[in-house]
Write a protein that binds this ligand. Structure first.
Ligand code: AP5
Length: 228
């Protein structure tokens, strides 16, 4: 078996869904269960903002307002991440693509690398539920494990299940006004991609109002199919 064949079969999964749909939660679970690399453009942009890079400086005010960062910046970040050695065994894209231009850029980037989108998974949820999910969300400051005040609290209050750290943080854009803007951006610019992937025959729909474990079970079945 040649090396290029092995790379071609590494799955490329996309998680589509509005803010709070559970993209990050599920991407981390897929990473841990199937050793896929989670590529989360939101996390990458927040890291760029924290590091004060040129891309981070351009993205900061847009993110604070709940809008979408320019396609050029996001596609450049994603291209570098796709070429990292840890992406060769398969990736789960969390929060990318978000516009039709990003979807076209992704198709081109993958084609150049002999890869393709194996499954675009739409996490289907109600907007009203999202506000509650986002306002209750917090993250371990040390390892990034995600939690929720009521839906997913740490087993021991104040202690991360994953790494034992005791410091947690909440995102600056998780306030009611910004969440509304993020939902609007999703419906206007990202939701049309569902029809795009339906046309290509790669769309999978998952009821993401179900429990975290039930959604994970549905995604595991899709991932098994994509890997075979
Ligand atoms: P990003 O970081 O991608 O944020 P988002 O899309 O708004 O999504 P979230 O991270 O808020 O939600 P999630 O779906 O990951 O839900 P989670 O798993 O945390 O983007 C942030 C910003 O960056 C954007 O606004 C934009 O400015 C910019 N950006 C990023 N990518 C870009 C791109 N490609 N182009 C342009 N700009 C870009 O779950 C939420 C909570 O709910 C958690 O507490 C979790 O425990 C809980 N939960 C999860 N699943 C369930 C469930 N099934 N039942 C009950 N609770 C659940």
């Amino acid at each position: 078996m040649s090396a290029p064949d092995a790379i071609t079969r590494a799955p490329v999964l996309i998680l589509l869904g509005p803010p709070g749909a559970g993209k990050g939660t599920q991407a981390r679970m897929l990473e841990s269960r199937f050793h896929l690399k989670q590529l989360a453009t939101g996390d990458m942009l927040r890291a760029a903002v924290a590091a004060g890079t040129e891309a981070g400086r351009a993205a900061q005010s847009v993110m604070e307002a709940g809008g979408l960062v320019s396609d050029d910046i996001v596609v450049a970040i994603l291209r570098d991440a796709l070429d990292a050695p840890d992406a060769a065994a398969g990736v789960v894209l969390d929060g990318f693509p978000r516009t039709e231009a990003q979807a076209a850029a992704l198709d081109a980037l993958l084609a150049e690398r002999g890869r393709q989108v194996d499954a675009a998974i739409a996490l289907e949820v109600d907007d009203a539920e999202m506000v509650g999910r986002i306002s209750g969300r917090f993250t371990c400051a040390a390892c990034g494990e995600g939690y929720h005040d009521t839906n997913k609290p740490p087993a021991r209050e104040g202690v991360c299940d994953n790494c034992g750290a005791t410091e947690f943080s909440r995102r600056a854009d998780d306030n009611a006004e910004t969440v509304r803007a993020r939902l609007e951006a999703y419906h206007e610019q990202t939701a049309p991609l569902i029809a795009h992937y339906a046309r290509l025959g790669t769309l999978e729909r998952v009821d993401a109002m179900a429990s975290i474990d039930a959604v994970a079970t549905a995604l595991a079945r899709i991932t098994e199919r994509a890997r075979s």
